[in-house]
Design a protein around this ligand. Structure first.
Ligand code: FEO
Ligand code: CA
Ligand code: CA
Ligand code: CA
Length: 637
C-alpha cells in the first residue's frame, strides 16, 4: 500500500531515467531481433522443447514434468504489502480485502527492477489481473443476506494487484516471496479513480451524475488478459463488464449489442451502488470495456483508460513495435462471432522521450480484421467518415465509433470469429498467433456458417490461427494486409466425432485461451475448456485445464502442466533469464455457471491447501505459482 511511501522515495524510484532507458532497451532488444533477423532463425531453426510431456490429469493438483518444481507465491487474500493476512473462513473485512490479492487471477507480467545496470531476474514488480469473483466463496456465508458491505468487498476483490517480488534465501533454499512492506505495492479495484483519455473522453455518452466531464471513472473490472508497453507500463483488459450491470427489462439495440440485460450476471452490485443500475445511470456502462494502462513503477500515478483502443469485451492487448517505430496493439473481443482488432499509433515510439510515450495510445487508428479466402486478409479502419462510418449510417463522430466499436465493426464487414482470446507475437519473426477458443454456435440455427478462417461447425475445441503482416511485400506489423493460415485445429485425436478430432501432433487439448511466446520463441498455450470437462463428460480424456508448449515450425505440442479440478490456467510470464516461470491458476473448484456454496466447496477442490503445506485449510483459492527447473535451467528448454 502506498501509505508507507515517502514522497522522496517515490520520486527516486519513479523518475529513474536510467531504469527507464534499460527497460526500453530490454523491450526493444526482443523487437529488434526480427528487424535484423538472425540467419539461423530465419532459416527455420527453433528453440528446443526439452521436457518429457506429462499425462492429462483429473487430479486436484498442479503437475509439471520431471525435473521441475512448483511453489506458491500469491493466492487470493494474501496481503500485497504489510496488511492483514488471509482468514481461511473468508471473514476478512471490506478494508482488509482492499489491501489483499483479489480473486480469480488472470493476465500478468513481471517487470524486472534494474540492479547494477541489469534487468534483475531475482527482483521485480508484478501486475496481476483479478478478473472476477465467486461471491459464494468471498464471504463467510456466500450470497446470503446480500448487503452494502458485501458489494464493497466484492468490488475490492476485483481489479489489479501490483506487488514487489524477490527471490532470496530461506534456510538453504532460494524462494520467491513478496517484499513486505513495499513502496510499489498497491491494489487497483472496482472503486479506484481512473482517468479516461483519447477520442471518447468527455463525450456526452461518457458523462454521468458523478462525473459531469466524462473523464474520470471509479474502477476497473473484468480484467482478463493483458499487454506490456515498451515504456514499461501494463495494459489490463476489461472483458465481461456487462455482467456487473442491471440492464433494462427491454434493452436498447446498442445495449443488447454489448449484452447489457436485466440482472446481468447476478452480482447484485446495483442494489447498493446505483451506478451499476442502467435505469439510474445509463452511461456508466459506456465507461467500461476499455484497455487500462497502469504504471507499476509509480504507485502515485492513476491508471488510465485509453479509449482509442476501442470498447468491447477486451481479452488481450498484445503490443509490438512495428519496423516503422509505430506501436501496434493486437486485441480480441471474446464472444462468439466477435472480431479481432489492432491499433496502430500515429507517431513513432522514441525511447529517448519515454515521458511522451503514453500519448501513443491516444492518437492512432483502430482496425478490425477481415479474413479472406485463399489465405489473404486485410485490416479495415474504424475511422469516422471512412468505410461507411458516417452520419448517414448512424455514427456521429469518432467517440461514437469507439464507444460502439462492435457496431462499427459490423458496419465495415469484419470477419466474425470463434471467440478471439490470447494473442502472441513471435519475438523473432513478428508473426502473430491468436487462440480462437471455441464456438459451439457456429452453423447452428440462424448463426453464421463455417468460413475459411473459422472452418468448423460447432467448434467445441477451438483452433489457433496465425498471420504475417506486410507492406509492399515486406514483413511489417503496421501493414494493412496479411497472409494467414490455421496453425492448429484443437481436439482429441481419439474422439468418436471426426469434427472434434482436430489435427494436433502430440498432446491433445481443447479451448486454447492464453497464448505467450517466451523470448526464444516457444509458444505456450493455456486452456479454458468448460467445467463440463472436469465433470466426467465426453471431454474427460483431455483432463483438467492445462498448459502446453508448441513448436510453431513443426506444429509439435507437448503438455507441460495440468491444473487442479475446476480451474482454468491463465496468466504466464517469466524473469528475463527465463529460469523462473510464473503461472496463474484461476477459479479452482468452479462448477459450470454457478456460485459456490460455502458449505460445500471442498467437494469440488481443496487446492491449494491440499498441495502446499503452508496453506492451512480453507476454500479453493486462485493463485500465482512459480515454476523452475531443479537444475536451474531455462524453463521449457
Ligand atoms: Fe477472460 Fe475470455 O477469458
Ligand atoms: Ca481468457
Ligand atoms: Ca476463455
Ligand atoms: Ca476465462
Amino acid at each position: 500500500m502506498i501509505s508507507h511511501t515517502s514522497q522522496q522515495s517515490l520520486t527516486r524510484f519513479s523518475l529513474n531515467n536510467e531504469r527507464r532507458r534499460l527497460l526500453q532497451a530490454a523491450f526493444s532488444a526482443g523487437m529488434l531481433s526480427f528487424m535484423g533477423l538472425p540467419a539461423a532463425l530465419a532459416a527455420g531453426a527453433r528453440p528446443a522443447i526439452g521436457f518429457n510431456p506429462i499425462a492429462a490429469s483429473l487430479n486436484d493438483l498442479v503437475r509439471v514434468p520431471d525435473g521441475y518444481s512448483v511453489a506458491l507465491l500469491y493466492a487470493w487474500g494474501d496481503p500485497v504489502s504489510d496488511g492483514a493476512v488471509f482468514k481461511a473462513d473468508a471473514s476478512n473485512s471490506v478494508v482488509e480485502q482492499a489491501g489483499q490479492a483479489g480473486m480469480h487471477h488472470d493476465g500478468m507480467h513481471f517487470f524486472p527492477l534494474i540492479e547494477n545496470g541489469q534487468a534483475s531476474s531475482t527482483h521485480g514488480l508484478m501486475c496481476i489481473n483479478h478478473e472476477y469473483t465467486d461471491d459464494g466463496l468471498l464471504h463467510p456465508d456466500g450470497m446470503a443476506d446480500w448487503s452494502h458491505a458485501k458489494t464493497l468487498k466484492s468490488q475490492n476483490a476485483h481489479g489489479v494487484s501490483v506487488i514487489e517480488v524477490e527471490r532470496k534465501a530461506v534456510g538453504k533454499a532460494l524462494r520467491w516471496q513478496l517484499v513486505r512492506p513495499s513502496k510499489f505495492a498497491r491494489r487497483i479495484t472496482a472503486r479506484t479513480p481512473i482517468r479516461i483519455t483519447g477520442p471518447a473522453a468527455g463525450a456526452p455518452a461518457m458523462r454521468t451524475k458523478d462525473d459531469r466531464r466524462g473523464n474520470v471513472v471509479f474502477g476497473t473490472l473484468a480484467n482478463c488478459a493483458m499487454g506490456v508497453t515498451p515504456w514499461g507500463t501494463y495494459l489490463s483488459c476489461e472483458e465481461n463488464f456487462n455482467g456487473y450491470f442491471n440492464g433494462l427489462e427491454t434493452p436498447t439495440t446498442d445495449q443488447k449489442r454489448y449484452g447489457l440485460r436485466e440482472k446481468g450476471a447476478g452480482y447484485r452490485w446495483h442494489e447498493h451502488d446505483s451506478r451499476f443500475d442502467v435505469m439510474t445511470e445509463p452511461n456508466e456502462a459506456n465507461r467500461f470495456g476499455w484497455v487500462v494502462e497502469i504504471d507499476p513503477h509509480n504507485p502515485m500515478k492513476a491508471p488510465v483508460k485509453r479509449t482509442a483502443l476501442g470498447r468491447f469485451k477486451h481479452e488481450s492487448a498484445t503490443v509490438t513495435l512495428a519496423k516503422s517505430g509505430q506501436i501496434v496493439v493486437y486485441m480480441g473481443d471474446d464472444e462468439p462471432f466477435e472480431y479481432l482488432y489492432k491499433y496502430v499509433s500515429r507517431d513513432r515510439f522514441d525511447a529517448a522521450l519515454p515521458a511522451t510515450a503514453s500519448s501513443l495510445l491516444d492518437y492512432g487508428t483502430l482496425y478490425v480484421a477481415r479474413f479472406g479466402d485463399a489465405g489473404r486478409g486485410e485490416w479495415l479502419a474504424l475511422e469516422f467518415g471512412q468505410n461507411g462510418l458516417t452520419e448517414a449510417n448512424g455514427f456521429s463522430d469518432q467517440a461514437d465509433v469507439l464507444i460502439r466499436t462492435r457496431q462499427a465493426a459490423d458496419r465495415v464487414g469484419a470477419t466474425k470469429m470463434d471467440r478471439p482470446e490470447g494473442i502472441a507475437v513471435h519475438p523473432q519473426s513478428g508473426e502473430v498467433f491468436c487462440a480462437l477458443t471455441n464456438n459451439s454456435q457456429r452453423g447452428k440455427g440462424d448463426a453464421p456458417l463455417p468460413d475459411a478462417a473459422n472452418p468448423r461447425q460447432e467448434n467445441t475445441f477451438g483452433h489457433i490461427i496465425r498471420w504475417q503482416e506486410e507492406t509492399g511485400g515486406q514483413a511489417d506489423n503496421s501493414g494493412k494486409s496479411f497472409n494467414w493460415s490455421i496453425f492448429l485445429l484443437c481436439g482429441d485425436p481419439q474422439h468418436a466425432d471426426a469434427n472434434k478430432r482436430g489435427n494436433i501432433k502430440g498432446d491433445a487439448f481443447g479451448s486454447p485461451d492464453g497464448l505467450w511466446f517466451d523470448a526464444e520463441g516457444r509458444l505456450w498455450i493455456q486452456t479454458d475448456a468448460s467445467s463440463k470437462a472436469m465433470k466426467g463428460s465426453d471431454y474427460a480424456p483431455l483432463g483438467n485445464n492445462q498448459m502446453l508448449v508448441a513448436d510453431v515450425v513443426s506444429g509439435e505440442v507437448r503438455r507441460f502442466l495440468t491444473g487442479p479440478k475446476g480451474c482454468e490456467i491463465t496468466g504466464v510470464t517469466s524473469t528475463p533469464d527465463a529460469r523462473s516461470l510464473f503461472v496463474n491458476i484461476q477459479h479452482p473448484g468452479e462448477t459450470a455457471n454457478e456460485r459456490s456454496d460455502p458449505a460445500r466447496p471442498m467437494l469440488v477442490s481443496s487446492w491449494p491447501a491440499n498441495q502446499f503445506p503452508e496453506v492451512t485449510g480453507g476454500r479453493p483459492r486462485s493463485a500465482t505459482l512459480v515454476i523452475s527447473r531443479l537444475d536451474g535451467g531455462v524453463v521449457g528448454a
